[in-house]
Design a protein around this ligand. Structure first.
Ligand code: APR
Length: 233
């Protein structure tokens, strides 16, 4: 049905999670074998508390993740979504991912709900630096403040502009496609429901079951996203 709906719809919005980037080589968070949160407790490493009280482990963890997004690249699925935007098949992407791979593949209308690893900023004065600073273990701002990745840490609010863009897109969608998310983190996981509440068809493409499968009009499990997208071109 997804192929039919994709070609019939006037306003398709795509929502991606970490499962969109595993085929690029980046680990996701909650997959049974490879998820990052199976090795680390996110509240102890990806939180404002960790930034203030567990700085060494925090910096090591995020330096590794910055290395990852520099080392890996978008895969065929990212490029297909970028082509679909150019062809008008999809209107926008709402992503929880911080790797910047959608933009690197050419997508333009992208809302990064959880920020980005492509830059770091000073926790004290807000000055922005390219994330290469982290690769050189240069963790301090010229003002003396601590540099941290421009991602949303547990305990922090989502960026207002990205949130508002995502809300507008979810409300306008007549087809809302989730790619590679367990849909277990709020408020990001509310957007599929907002789209559904505004009359959109909801399709979830995810290897494992998600928390919102029972709301979906179609669910595609046990398939790789890259292959699913390729089968629709
Ligand atoms: N094809 C299809 N599905 C996949 C693939 C793939 N190649 N690889 C992984 N998946 C699925 C997994 O089955 C998993 O359910 O992607 C899902 C990823 O879910 P999570 O690891 O929970 O990632 P996500 O939903 O993006 O997490 C949301 O949690 O920790 C926070 O800020 C972090 O943005 C993240 C948020």
């Amino acid at each position: 049905m997804l192929s039919k709906w994709l070609h019939e719809s006037n306003y398709t919005v795509v929502f991606t999670g970490a499962g969109m980037s595993t085929e690029s080589g980046l680990p996701d968070f909650r997959s049974t074998n490879q998820g990052l949160w199976n090795q680390q407790d996110p509240s102890k490493i990806a939180s404002t508390d960790a930034l203030n009280n567990n700085v060494e482990a925090f910096m090591d963890f995020y330096r590794e993740r910055v290395l990852g997004v520099k080392q890996y690249t978008p895969h065929k699925g990212h490029y297909i979504l970028a082509d679909w935007e150019k062809e008008g098949i999809i209107k926008s992407i709402i992503t929880q991912n911080v790797d910047g791979f959608h933009q690197e593949a050419g997508s333009r209308r992208v809302a990064e709900l959880h920020g980005t690893l492509q830059q770091v900023h000073c926790q004290q004065c807000g000055k922005v630096y390219k994330s290469e600073a982290f690769l050189n273990k240069d963790y301090h701002c010229t003002c003396g403040g601590v540099l941290r990745p421009s991602v949303v840490l547990f305990g922090e609010a989502l960026p207002q502009e990205a949130f508002q863009f995502a809300l507008n897109e979810a409300e306008k969608a007549d087809l809302f496609i989730v790619l590679g998310s367990s849909l277990s983190v709020t408020p990001a996981n509310q957007f599929p429901l907002i789209a559904k509440d505004h009359g959109a068809k909801l399709v979830i493409v995810n290897r494992d079951k998600t928390e919102l499968d029972h709301f979906a009009d179609e669910v595609i499990h046990h398939k790789a996203i890259g292959d699913v997208l390729e089968s629709l071109t």
